[in-house]
Design a protein around this ligand. Structure first.
Ligand SMILES: [Zn+2]
Ligand SMILES: [Zn+2]
Length: 327
């Protein structure tokens, strides 16, 4: 709690909040994911995401203005562009990999399988891991101390643009095109949900404390807490009778979301705050050092970078025959 309290006293940075609103917008998330998996042209994005043309165009424009993507001509007469990630956009790859990791841990089933990706460096199908940059060990929520929380929004939450207000997801399009993302969108497509989870990770567990720390309207908070309980991310525990009072705690499923929060924090401090100076400081209690979370491969434990990840199972694995990779 102290972290958020400290952050509240910090000078608020509107830019960080604009970024969280943008990055945690369900459609932006979906577009980013589509570009990561190789959809670059407008027509392909339209098909892959199932979004309405005008909605896709407006989100792409906003993402371009913010600096997540840029346009590159691939044809003259008539001139046509495709969409590429900037360094800032590409850096969200780690966030995306951690979302896929969580999906694999909690929602992978035969009927609705999570996308498989392979690591070209080791040639194996992998799951992303989150490791400490200093000692190389796997990082979990239980062994991280956040010295300073994220900065808080300026102004009342009710004044957010209506465009970004939570709207009921048109799940039919998502179901057909990218089923695996649907559950994640419930969480990551909404900036308030992300903030409620972040606050819970900082030790906040009571309604009034969430309200104060996040400067969130009670009706919005109630809605997000209920939703996170329904999703199995938080659980209610009674801490007082007459009147009944309940506190909110992170479940095991919720704890597995921690790497996503860590990667979002890393992205934020890389691009939106004055780097390591004003960003939150993360201490890995296992080694006692200040660290940066690193996304690594579950098979070879090397850091993963976008161009070394291919969607799908590598041909050698699929056919059941193994190709000699090393002498
Ligand atoms: Zn460490
Ligand atoms: Zn690997």
């Amino acid at each position: 709690m102290r972290n958020i309290e400290a952050a509240k006293k910090e000078q608020t940075t509107g830019e960080v909040w604009r970024a969280i609103d943008l990055v945690c917008d369900r459609w932006v998330n979906l577009i980013m994911h589509s570009i990561f998996v190789g959809q670059r042209r407008f027509a392909d994005l339209l098909k892959y995401t199932g979004m309405a043309r005008s909605l896709l165009a407006s989100r792409l424009k906003r993402m371009e203005e913010f600096g997540l993507i840029f346009r590159r001509p691939y044809q003259d007469k008539p001139v046509r562009y495709d969409y590429r990630l900037t360094d800032m956009g590409r850096d969200l790859f780690d966030v995306s990999m951690m979302i896929v990791r969580w999906e694999k841990l909690w929602h992978d089933d035969a009927k609705n399988p999570v996308l498989r990706s392979s690591h070209t460096l080791c040639g194996k199908v992998f799951t992303a891991e989150c490791r400490c940059s200093e000692c190389g060990e796997i990082v979990t929520g239980r062994d991280v101390k956040v010295v300073l929380g994220t900065s808080r929004r300026e102004g009342a939450p009710a004044q957010r643009g209506s465009d970004f207000r939570r709207s009921k997801i048109k799940s039919s399009s998502l179901e057909t095109m990218v089923p695996m993302l649907e559950r994640s969108m419930e969480i990551w497509g909404d900036a308030w949900s992300v903030n409620v989870i972040s606050a819970a990770f900082c030790g906040i567990d009571r309604f009034s404390a969430f309200e104060e720390a996040l400067d969130i309207a009670p009706n919005i908070l109630t809605d997000r807490l209920n939703r996170l309980v329904d999703l199995g991310i938080l659980e209610r525990r009674k801490y007082q009778e007459r009147p009944d009072r309940k506190s909110y705690h992170i479940t095991r499923k919720g704890h597995d979301l921690y790497p996503v929060i860590l990667m979002l924090m890393k992205w934020e401090s890389n691009w939106l705050t004055d780097g390591r100076k004003s960003g939150p400081r993360l201490i890995h209690t296992v080694c006692g050092r200040r660290f940066t979370p690193i996304a690594t491969c579950s098979e070879c434990h090397e850091p993963i970078i976008g161009r070394e990840v291919k969607l799908g199972v590598p041909p050698s694995n699929r056919a059941g025959k193994t190709k000699a990779r090393r002498p």
